[in-house]
Design a protein around this ligand. Structure first.
Ligand code: NOJ
Ligand code: CA
Length: 534
């Protein structure tokens, strides 16, 4: 990692916006760039450093933007390139960086490249995608499966060939072994870098290359056909490494540009492998997202991430994104937010870049839909076992106005019925709200170097409901103590630590810190307590 005293993406907090659901400025029920621009002051007030926009390129929305028909344009439902330039300028003028989502593993089947590719085997674009003739028994070329269900090969009768798709059949995978594809994609990076974009989130980057020999994946135990394979030939191929180097040197030819890779089927070891000096600046591993509400689980997720990364690597932490049930739904009890404050303190006191997903800061819960209301195609395939990803994509709850202030017309997905009480305007009025707790944590991170850059030093947690750790630089020590449980507890610190001159930075359960009780810190139920020695 570059030895810079400040690096926006390392030191800052990144806020993910799902543009369809953030704010609708022209009242067609779909969020847009104008809506984001109109709320930049709200984002600046929260204190975040950068926004990541889920895809805004033109898309027929089979996978809501993750199926692109033109990489160098803005979808008209979101606005124009001029609107985008305006968003960039307005964000930058508030000190907010902008990260775009690049979906380069596959295109939409409606992308002109694929339209040409499927028109004939001789078309110059044919080789831009992965085609194989059907074998003697008209069977797919190998046993590879789509993660969204069914086989990964789609038969194209006019060509008597199959094309490969890791996701929906409407999302054909590009052939990254074909040099013109690589060139075209590097040009996409250049196009947006030249426009002033600060970074990219790379959708499933470790799927770009598949083994050219198309060997069958070996079997393993699992529930769905996709999970019953070891994915050793369809992802994580070594050809990825030179490409990542090329992307990195392109990024580094501009000042402080960033990329975070979405590691598909991630684990800390794998995510760490791609996040080193000359590869990507950052990658996601999603262990936090899958932790049950148990301190030990979070601690081991942190330690595995810390131990996997080389000193050049820098962690990322994610409790929410557009693909998973919200943390408020996973961990919250009814409309109570105290536990979510503990989760917020956990996220925002890590050594690593915290990602916040829109609405997380006000504790938005997932909406519940009936089958006929589901928008996400995987919902229809797997209902009722899996109800898709719509739940976490409902419109942002700005106020108690109709449609939660998101739009003047009926939004594309229903607003959560709790919006009359749970909305940003209401939480702004309430100094004890989850919103103010997030804002205060973000501010603390900005003010306290140990919270950004300090070492992570876990304290043996005893009793088991508490997770406690130090964040430490040579000048500062911060103690973070998180009581996950609903009973008051005493955290044993030992005489030396307990005797240090601690000062309260933040707690959701007390205004003043009266000192330790001998060798113990007394904690309230579901308290997040942050103390400093400086
Ligand atoms: C990962 C994205 O997060 C998800 O929303 C999308 O469906 C797939 N990639 C395919 O692009
Ligand atoms: Ca709109």
């Amino acid at each position: 990692m570059q030895e810079l005293s400040s690096l926006w993406w390392r030191d800052g907090v990144i806020y993910q916006i799902y543009p369809r659901s953030f704010a609708d400025s022209n009242h067609d029920g779909i969020g847009d760039l104008g809506g984001i621009i109109a709320h930049l002051d709200d984002l600046a007030a929260l204190g975040i450093d950068a926004i990541w926009l889920s895809p805004i390129n033109p898309s027929p929305d089979v996978d809501f933007g993750y199926d692109v028909t033109n990489y160098n344009e803005i979808d008209p439902k979101y606005g124009t390139l001029e609107d985008f330039d305006c968003l960039l300028q307005e964000a930058h003028s508030r000190g907010i960086r902008v990260i775009l989502d690049l979906v380069l593993n596959h295109t939409s089947e409606l992308h002109p490249w694929f339209q040409a590719a499927r028109s004939s085997r001789d078309n110059p674009y044919h080789d831009w995608y992965i085609w194989r003739s059907s074998g003697a028994h008209n069977r797919p070329p190998n046993n590879w499966q789509s993660v969204f269900g069914g086989g990964a090969w789609q038969y194209e009768s006019s060509l008597d060939q199959y094309y490969y798709h890791m996701f929906y059949k409407e999302q054909p995978d590009l052939n990254w072994h074909h040099p013109p594809v690589r060139q075209a994609m590097l040009d996409v990076f250049r196009f947006w870098l030249e426009r002033g974009v600060d970074g990219f989130r790379l959708d499933v980057f470790n799927v770009f290359f598949k083994s050219a020999h198309l060997q069958d994946n070996p079997p393993k135990l699992g529930l769905r056909a996709f999970d019953r394979q070891q994915h050793i030939y369809d992802i994580d191929q070594d050809e990825m490494l030179p490409l990542l180097k090329e992307i990195r040197s392109l990024l580094d030819s501009y000042p402080q540009r960033y990329a975070v890779g979405e590691t598909f089927l991630s684990n800390p070891t794998k995510a760490a492998r791609y996040c080193v000096g000359d590869l990507l600046p950052a990658t996601f591993n999603f262990q936090f997202l899958f932790c049950p509400w148990r301190p030990g689980k979070f601690l081991s997720a942190i330690q595995r991430w810390e131990h996997s990364l080389t000193p050049e690597g820098w962690p990322t932490y994610v409790l929410n994104n557009h693909d998973n049930p919200r943390s408020a739904t996973r961990y919250g009890r009814g409309e109570d937010d105290e536990r979510l404050k503990v989760a917020a303190a956990l996220l925002l006191t890590q050594r690593g870049t915290p990602y916040i997903y829109y609405g997380e800061e006000i504790g938005m819960r997932d909406i519940t839909l009936r089958r006929e209301q589901a928008m996400d195609p995987i919902a229809r395939r797997y209902w009722p076992f899996f109800k898709g990803r719509d739940g976490c994509r409902s419109p942002m709850q700005w106020s108690a106005a109709p449609n939660a202030g998101f739009s003047e017309t009926q939004p594309w997905l229903p607003v959560h019925p709790n919006y009359l009480k749970r909305n940003l305007a209401a939480q702004r009025q309430d100094p004890d709200s989850l919103y103010h707790f997030y804002a205060r944590l973000i501010q603390l991170r900005r003010e306290i170097p140990a919270l950004r850059l300090g070492m992570f030093l876990p304290l043996t947690y005893e009793p088991r409901a508490i997770l406690a750790y130090l964040r430490q630089t040579p000048e500062q020590t911060v103690l973070v103590a998180l009581n996950f449980g609903r009973r008051p507890l005493r955290l044993f610190l030992g005489s030396q630590l307990a005797a240090a001159p601690w000062r309260l930075l933040l707690s959701n359960a007390r205004e003043h810190f009266e000192g330790m009780d001998q060798d113990y810190l007394c904690m309230e139920p579901e308290e997040a307590c942050i103390l400093i020695q400086d």
